[in-house]
Design a protein around this ligand. Sequence first.
Ligand code: HEC
Length: 440
Amino acid sequence: MKALLKDRFFLVFSVVLVALFTVILTSGSVGAQSAEVTFAKDVAPILQRSCQTCHRPDSIAPMSLLTYEDARPWAKAIRENVLSRNMPPWHIDPNVGIHEFKNSVALTDEEIATIVKWVDSGAAKGNPADMPPPRKFDDNSKWSIGTPDLILQMGKDLPVPAKAPDTWKNIVVDTGLTEDRYIKAVEVKPTKGFRAIHHLGATLIYPDGGQAMIQAYGIGKNGNIFDDGSGRLIKAGTKVSFGFHIHSYGQDTITNVAIGFQFYPKGYVPKYIATTDMMGDDAEIDLPPNTDNIRTDTYMTLMKPTRVLSFQPHMHTRGKAMCLEVIYPGGGKRPGSKVETLSCVPRYKFNWMIVYEYAPEVQPLLPPGSVLHFISWHDNTANNKLNPDPDTWVGYGQRSIDDMSHAWITYYSLSDEDFKQQVAERNANRKPNVTAQVAQ
Ligand code: HEC
């Protein structure tokens, strides 16, 4: 009898408890409804801006993310890839060193939280009336820099079979230039078989054998118009080498790529001449088998005052991370700031050759005698999915099964006077919280 009473008590108690929870849950979901995250209202604008250049038919990504119907089956994968910051491809740490970039495609923490909330709450479509108008994409056949003065393309189309492993090609084309010219604008792009070209870079090969990266294509940005009074030099007799990553996608494709230049008028010499140099002597890299976090340190001394415009780490399949720091000459005058980290790329991926372009107001201004210090880490173990053979010792080499550890740095050399003036301007506009500035 006692037991029965007790049971009854529990029954009543449980009913009350369930009722109570129902009230809490309903009021909770009323609250949540007003803040419901939907595809139409919240997610579509993010995908339009940050994903659709690649995730649309005929572009390089494996699936389209244009509509709700396209994106819904990928909701879980989208959640994982944005949370791990694997997508969109932008592998620099925005919280270390320089924070602002000209060409960043990274999502903000809020945007990532919105996508996660959307997926976790059931990935609802929402009200179609909330959908933003579809994004318009540039016509691929047009040059974003305007009509070039000189267009070079590969003499022969390159066929890509429907099924084949990824390949990397280097194809050299003669410019036919018989005099030096200064470049005002430059653009590189596929002209045929857009979809099979994962990314593409063009390098100038000077008559003396020196090389300089000139322009990369890959992240929805393929042209570069230099600021007035600045540009790049292309010498007579220079050749262009197209280096590209080819990715078969199930259809036989014909590909070709082109570079277009606009020149300054003959005889005009821009005040600032940008150069892209390979920096960091990596000939001695030493990657023992089955070893992770193998550190390599390389250096480059800047002989002239320098304004650094961009950073592009370069390693091969075992590459894992790279940081760039500057060691100031004699310590400079900032107390305790002899060494400053400019950037770290903690999730380097060989498949993505990303050029990180610093925003003008934070481009490092470095006095002569500064040393750029490149610190890289390689993973030569089986945990690295791209590693073709963790049981092999790996050294420096051109083949993608060899490795490298250097960076392409784009910079202007400045006169002492210009340097002083630019530092003074920088300090006058100084915002708290912005790093990479030098007090002279
Ligand atoms: C620069 C081009 C580019 C941009 C921008 C981009 N993606 Fe991707 N995405 C790719 C490519 C190419 C792949 C195929 C895997 C690879 O090459 O890394 C991929 C793969 C993925 C995958 C994995 C698919 C699978 O098979 O599991 C997801 C999910 C994804 N992207 C989501 C996104 C989202 C969400 C965004 C925007 C926030 C985005 N991507 C932006 C090019 C891009």
